[in-house]
Design a protein around this ligand. Structure first.
Ligand SMILES: Cc1cc2nc3c(=O)[nH]c(=O)nc-3n(C[C@H](O)[C@H](O)[C@H](O)COP(=O)(O)OP(=O)(O)OC[C@H]3O[C@@H](n4cnc5c(N)ncnc54)[C@H](O)[C@@H]3O)c2cc1C
Length: 465
């Protein structure tokens, strides 16, 4: 038997009482009934990709959707909606939709998460109308702790769905969710690099377009560089940018260099400012880059070149600065007006910590995505508030440093949580409307009155029960 369950990059772990892999809704129903009868605490796990370990609890029965069951996908030609069960990953869903000429309204920058695991924590891309994946849910099937199957649709009970969409496994298990899809689209992506001092002006210019940015906190002592991308939707077809397929020799050599660089970077973090300054100097003189995306591309939102990055030779510069495979991610939502002050504050924090003994460095760059406002997910960080999601990256051994940085940010800015990334401290609820929290607690009482369903809510557990 497997003793421990782990999160991404093995950063967090938990020893569950036992692990269950239900393959059908009926199996899950009878499991829930017997857990209730035995008064045994439990929680659900998708792909275990939440950085903050909300899915990992010592001593609980862990109910894992590992992909060998609950894999049905159904597409409706009339409504263009797609329904998925709990075991389906975002990647599987995208491949299913591609031959139909359809795609999700949005998704995150990684595709191995279960669709339901992703939506339920507020996973987002960047956009104006549907940055949070869960906004596109029109119906969901929930099992109560008594194994009762309830279907909640936006037509009949939008008020409940508003709480279920982002409910981080606290209101019961979603066995299936129905999501809107859209036809494939093409974008003209514009990439620019400029100093932080120009950011407000660029944001104002891009206000009507989806946009995201990356800040390199050590790239300049006074005014760090920002890489900025905005997406303009095309009205007519344009030939997309062509790209060469990966060649095994170049790919293998590139990966060997990248992995060597990652090892050096982990042992000698002091090289990060040097690398960022070098890249900043070279990048700032580059012309603005324009790329036309391919209509059937699966991840154009993050990787504008046609096909998946894994199908091409890796880019050394991009991989040297990439954080997905090397770093621990902490993210918070902030109101639009706070973005530039927050980035300036983070830049100064970076300078302060790098001059402490021992010095501490952010890992790579910071990611920022415009997530607009959600009207459909009451517990989402951007509920009724035009927001940006700000993501900080840390070396996997720097979790204490990560927590210190999040605490310092929360002292000065009205942050709201990303349920799969924010370290769950009591201040994470401070800026959510108390009436919303009250209703969420009532829904919890209604569906999980015994309190046996317990995801890892850290300091928030007492606040939400
Ligand atoms: C490399 C990487 C890249 C990422 N990129 C992004 C990004 O671009 N944007 C973004 O917003 N986030 C991103 N994330 C965060 C990630 O999308 C979320 O944390 C997501 O919730 C992970 O999905 P999962 O299936 O692994 O869920 P888990 O981490 O396994 O579970 C998350 C929560 O959902 C609950 N849960 C899971 N399935 C069910 C179910 N069927 N019913 C009820 N509750 C359930 C669990 O109990 C838990 O509380 C990224 C994470 C990684 C590791």
């Amino acid at each position: 038997m497997q003793d421990y369950l782990y999160s991404w990059l093995n950063i967090h772990k938990a020893k569950p009482a036992r692990i269950e892999f239900p393959k059908t809704v009926e199996e899950l129903q009878s499991l829930l009934r017997s857990l209730k009868q035995q008064q045994q605490p439990y929680n659900f796990i998708g792909s275990s990709h939440s950085y903050n370990a909300i899915q990992l609890v010592d001593g609980n029965v862990a109910i894992v959707f590992d992909g060998s069951g609950l894999k049905n996908i159904e597409y409706d030609y009339i409504t263009h909606e797609v329904s998925v069960e709990a075991g389906v990953t975002i990647e599987e869903l995208k491949f299913f939709l591609r031959p139909l000429g359809r795609q999700l309204l949005t998704s995150g920058n990684f595709m191995k998460q279960r669709v339901i695991g992703g939506v339920i924590t507020g996973t987002h891309g960047y956009d104006h109308e549907s940055a949070i994946m869960a906004d596109s849910i029109t119906a969901a099937k929930l099992l109560t702790e008594d194994g009762e199957l309830i279907e909640i649709t936006e037509k009949e009970d939008e008020e409940t769905l508003k709480y279920l969409r982002v409910s981080f496994g606290y209101l019961g298990v979603l066995v299936s969710a129905t999501l809107k899809t859209k036809p494939n689209e093409q974008f003209r992506v514009k990439q620019q690099i400029f100093p932080l001092s120009q950011l407000q002006e660029k944001i104002d210019q891009a206000a009507q377009q989806p946009h995201a940015l990356t800040m390199f906190p050590y790239s300049d002592r006074e005014d760090p560089y920002v890489g900025f991308i905005s997406l303009e939707k095309l009205k007519r077809y344009h030939p997309p940018k062509q790209v060469n397929l990966a060649t095994p020799l170049i790919s293998n050599i590139s990966w060997a260099i990248i992995k060597l660089f990652w090892k050096i970077d982990a042992r000698v973090p002091q090289i990060r400012p040097f690398v960022q300054q070098l890249i900043g100097r070279l990048a700032v003189n580059r012309e603005t880059e324009i790329i036309i995306t391919s209509p059937d591309d699966l991840d154009y939102l993050y990787d504008y070149h046609p096909m998946l990055e894994s199908e091409r030779n890796p880019s050394l510069a991009r991989r040297f600065l990439s954080s997905n495979f090397t770093a621990y991610n902490v993210a918070v939502f902030v109101p639009k007006a706070q973005l530039v002050p927050l980035l300036t504050f983070i830049y100064k924090l970076g300078q302060e910590f790098r001059h402490q003994t021992p010095p501490k460095f952010f890992k790579n760059s910071l990611g920022v995505r415009y997530v607009g406002q959600s009207k459909k997910c009451a517990m989402a960080g951007n509920y009724l508030l035009e927001s940006y999601a700000v993501e900080l990256f840390f070396a996997t051994q720097d979790l204490e440093f990560a927590e210190k940085v999040q605490n310092r940010i929360a002292e000065h800015f009205p942050i709201r949580p990303h349920w799969g990334k924010t370290i769950l401290k009591s201040y994470a609820l401070k800026h959510i409307d108390p009436k919303v929290i009250q209703t969420f607690k009532q829904k919890r009482q209604e569906y999980v009155g015994s309190g046996l369903l317990k995801p890892n809510l850290g300091e928030l557990e007492s606040e939400l029960c």
